[in-house]
Design a protein around this ligand. Structure first.
Ligand SMILES: Nc1ncnc2c1ncn2[C@@H]1O[C@H](COP(=O)(O)OP(=O)(O)OP(=O)(O)O)[C@@H](O)[C@H]1O
Ligand SMILES: N[C@@H](CCO)C(=O)O
Length: 327
């Protein structure tokens, strides 16, 4: 569940007063999510999401995240819009935590996305990348190739009895990625955590993106690689090329991938699988039993890491290189 910090009605009433959203009618904690405390707030005639940022979010990054949501929401991308207070600011403090209110987004996330949803996320992500091109702020990706080895070392330190096969293959992949990581691909503002639980749909139509708290400035194609990992594998860990093709072709139609991006896709996808394997493994080995944090299974991403080792070109993910050439 994700209500780490509880709030009283009186403090919430005082908190929302400067937002000019009307009288507080009701509020309740939201169980989903693992990073922050989230509440559904009804005030005046509207519904909002109130987030209290917990310790894993650096307060110095909040202007970037909230600024990006405002930029995208005002550039035709459906995502939560931070609500401004009378003085124009969006960030406040509640129960000793930095806190902000954003507009409520209709829709639900897809527990079992189909190829149609994968195409939707491909199109939506490409539009988001184009809309983010003139966002003025920058933020370094704190979980990119240089950060993986220190994270791996922290995992080893916390769990000295690490499985030997896993240790060997992780070391080998780290070394390969450190050597081969592409540094000069087109850069931009990326979401960096575009998993199904962060994309809402109404029926088969994408209704919006949430959870921009890993967003950063990095290779646009890395975002594609994260999504490929998160959307195009089945529960039995097999890769679904129909979904991969749907996502990649849809993305490519809105923002054509460059040749270097296409060439780099297998390396980027392997890197993305390592990134999520490592953060999950870190949580797995450092979170005490009985803690409120919901630990996600690193095993899923170990399987994905192994899969990407077998891939030689973007074509094997389903990208229709032939159709691109003749277009
Ligand atoms: N703007 C929004 N509109 C509607 N629902 C929202 C909105 N923002 C968040 N939610 C709801 O709150 C839940 C948790 O939000 P979010 O994913 O941002 O939390 P989090 O703590 O950052 O978690 P995680 O990083 O693990 O995904 C979502 O699954 C969704 O149900
Ligand atoms: N999307 C991440 C978790 C939080 O952002 C994962 O599934 O590991």
């Amino acid at each position: 569940m994700a209500v780490y910090t509880d709030i009283s009605e009186d403090e919430l009433r005082a908190f929302i007063a400067p937002y000019g959203v009307g009288e507080l009618k009701s509020y309740k904690g939201i169980a989903e999510g693992v990073e922050n405390s989230n509440f559904l707030v009804h005030a005046g005639d509207d519904t909002f999401i109130l987030t209290l940022y917990e310790k894993r979010v650096d307060p110095a990054d909040l202007p970037f995240f909230l600024g990006l949501m405002e930029h995208l929401a005002t550039h035709d991308i459906s995502c939560p819009l931070p609500v401004k207070r009378g003085d124009g600011t969006v960030l406040g403090e509640l129960a000793g935590r930095p806190a902000a209110m954003v507009t409520f987004l209709e829709g639900v996330w897809m527990r079992r996305p189909s190829a149609v949803h994968c195409a939707g996320v491909g199109t939506g992500m490409a539009r988001m990348h184009l809309a983010g091109a003139d966002f003025a702020m920058q933020r370094r990706n704190g979980l990119t190739v240089e950060d993986w080895r220190p994270l791996w070392q922290q995992c080893l330190k916390a769990h000295p009895g690490m499985d030997r096969d896993l240790a060997q293959e992780t070391e080998a992949l780290l070394a390969t990625l450190e050597e081969q990581w592409p540094r000069d691909l087109p850069q931009g503002t990326i979401h960096a955590d575009l998993f199904p639980d962060n994309v809402f749909f109404l029926g088969d139509e994408l209704s919006g993106f949430i959870d921009f708290y890993f967003a950063c400035t990095d290779a646009l194609a890395y975002d594609v690689a994260v999504a490929l990992n998160a959307w195009c594998f089945e529960r039995d860990h097999s890769y679904n090329i129909t979904k991969g093709k749907a996502l990649l072709d849809a993305y490519d139609r809105v923002r054509p991938l460059t040749d270097p991006e296409i060439d780099a896709l297998p390396v980027l996808a392997a890197g993305a699988s390592l990134r999520f394997m490592l953060t999950r493994l870190y949580d797995w080995v450092t979170t005490p039993e009985g803690s409120l944090v919901v630990k996600k299974d690193p095993q899923e991403y170990i399987r994905k890491m192994r899969f990407h080792r077998t891939i030689g070109s973007a074509r094997e993910y389903g990208l229709d290189l032939h159709a691109r050439k003749s277009a």
